[in-house]
Write a protein that binds this ligand. Structure first.
Ligand SMILES: *Cc1c(COP(=O)(O)O)cnc(C)c1O
Length: 363
């Protein structure tokens, strides 16, 4: 397999005179022929999607279907698998909107919603049609064993979906580890510049991808061609961005561990982190997302006011370093827990800024 940088840029091909970098195809409708043409209407298919889906599918080793957002991808997989009288299993510490779709929309239809903590022992999978895991989880950065959970899910007759948003397709390849679906919010590191919402589902088989595609065509949760093109443009530099983000995260974690205001510093790439052993077995490389806890919500305010590089914003994986106090969104975490997403700033500038801002915390 070629290296990550080579795989991310791909190799443009074409006839002489054709564009090396074609722009987005914005047409909603296509010339009709005898019926075997690949595109006929923009809700069913578009060449800009095809290019993006081929690139992501190749990185993940499966069949990719692009969606308008990460939540469009998550809710499509949940709706595809959930049936009244059966169960779906979800992480209790995973992305909170995925849990809301299950509890607010599926449970009233007679679907049992079972939750389990990512780092805890798994719930029973008996009677489940789908097990959704998130590893590393958002925001806790806990890790679970994809291969073991895939085996357990399959034994119970359930499919396994892995929300791979935090890891990225370069950080982790769940399909070779046994997953049936990889779900991602490409809004985060893949598009990577904080200017587009996008998502995808990559399936282990063409048959599953066909079902997911049919649901997308009927449900209409389709990405715009321009957004797809922007995300594909971002993908080209994913390897470069991840490299700097991971280096920055590592340096920040080491600095945070020395500072008395920061507690419970977590990053799966850190050898002393309790997630490191499983993470290093199934992850290929690290990324820029870490977490730590300040003594209070007020301390977080002081830290963010004092920093000139850390942007207070939700979302992660962008070029600017950002931090989000997750308790404000209702996550069941301490008031002062910050998820921090290291950007691509110079490492020394970032560490100096963060340590300087932590020195200004007076609780
Ligand atoms: C952000 C996120 C989502 C939702 O993605 P959107 O693109 O915002 O719809 C789903 N899962 C995880 C882990 C996320 O971080």
């Amino acid at each position: 397999m070629a290296g990550d940088g080579t795989r991310c840029v791909g190799h443009p091909t074409g006839e002489p005179g054709e564009p090396v970098h074609p722009g987005p195809v914005l047409s909603s409708t296509f010339h009709l022929g005898t019926g075997d043409e690949p595109y006929f209407y923009g809700r069913a298919g578009n060449p800009t999607w095809t290019a993006y889906e081929s690139a992501i599918g190749a990185l993940e080793g499966g069949h990719c279907v692009a969606f308008a957002s990460g939540m469009a991808a998550v809710s499509t997989v949940l709706r595809l698998c959930a049936r009244p009288g059966t169960a779906v299993v979800l992480p209790s510490d995973g992305y909170y909107v995925s849990r809301l779709v299950a509890s607010e929309e599926l449970a009233p239809l007679g679907v049992e919603v079972r939750e389990f903590a990512t780092a805890g022992s798994p719930a029973s999978f008996a009677g489940a049609t789908l097990v959704l895991v998130e590893t590393p989880s958002n925001p806790g950065l806990e890790v679970c064993d994809i291969r073991a959970l895939a085996d357990a899910a399959h034994e119970a007759g359930a499919l396994l979906a892995v929300d791979n948003t935090t890891a990225t397709p370069l950080g982790q390849r769940p399909i070779p580890l046994g997953a049936d679906f990889v779900i991602s919010s490409d809004t985060k590191a893949i598009a990577g510049h904080g200017d587009v919402l996008m998502g995808h589902v990559t399936c282990s088989s063409a048959a599953l991808a066909e079902q997911v595609t049919l649901m997308r065509t009927r449900g209409g949760a389709i990405p715009g061609p321009f957004e797809t093109w922007l995300a594909h443009r971002g993908l080209a530099t994913l390897d470069l961005r991840l490299e700097r983000q991971a280096r920055n995260a590592h340096a920040l974690v080491q600095a945070l561990l020395t500072h008395p205001a920061a507690a419970d510093v977590r990053w799966p790439g850190l050898p002393s982190d309790r997630s490191h052993e499983i993470a290093s077995r199934q992850m290929r490389r690290w990324n820029g997302v870490l977490r730590f806890t300040l003594p209070s919500a007020r301390a977080v305010e002081q830290f963010l006011e004092a920093s000139s590089l850390v942007v207070s914003s939700t979302s992660f994986g962008g070029v600017n370093t950002s931090a989000d106090r997750r308790a404000r969104w209702g996550d069941a975490v301490p008031e002062g827990l910050l998820r921090l997403s290291a950007g691509i700033e110079d490492t020394n500038d970032l560490v100096d800024d963060v340590l300087g801002a932590l020195d200004r915390v007076r609780t």
